[in-house]
Design a protein around this ligand. Structure first.
Ligand code: SME
Length: 146
């Protein structure tokens, strides 16, 4: 019984941590009309694995090698990628036909990229410096929950 209770308590805590990531994704999606799809990728070994996401449809890109696409580039460099028009970027991995611009903000903990926030917009040039600065603050909060 003691083992069972402790296990349940641990499972509850784990579930809450997952809820926090999903909760933040949901808030981002709901608060900004120009955020057409919002996801969090987590670094596992040498790839990015899709975690919680919110948007009109699922992406096929659930696993992205570090270094590939806009997401993989941001993970490799540790720098935010703000793409005004995805059609002009050769690195772009197409997920949704409607996407025109993309913002990827790495989540950095102890100088390591541990994940990233990926936002697709159906509007070209959708993201400003305010979006970048805001999402870098969100990434800073997220790092404590990964
Ligand atoms: N477009 C991204 C892939 C992820 S989807 O946008 C959800 C890229 O080029 O890395």
């Amino acid at each position: 019984m003691q083992y069972e209770n402790a296990l349940h308590a641990i499972q509850d805590i784990t579930a809450k941590e997952k809820d926090i990531l999903q909760g933040i994704v949901d808030i981002l999606y709901q608060h900004f009309n120009h955020y057409s799809w919002v996801g969090i990728y987590l670094v596992k070994d040498d790839e990015l694995v899709l975690g919680p996401w919110k948007g009109p449809q699922a992406t096929d890109h659930t696993n992205i090698p570090i270094g590939q696409g806009i997401c993989g580039s941001a993970a490799a460099s540790g720098k935010t990628e703000c793409i005004d028009d995805v059609h002009d970027d050769d690195r772009y991995l197409a997920c949704f036909i409607s996407t025109r611009s993309e913002l990827v903000v790495p989540i950095i903990k102890k100088r390591q990229v541990i994940g990233e926030i990926d936002i697709d917009s159906d509007i070209p040039h959708a993201f400003t410096l305010d979006d970048t600065l805001f999402l870098e603050k969100v990434a800073d909060i997220l790092k404590e929950h990964i």
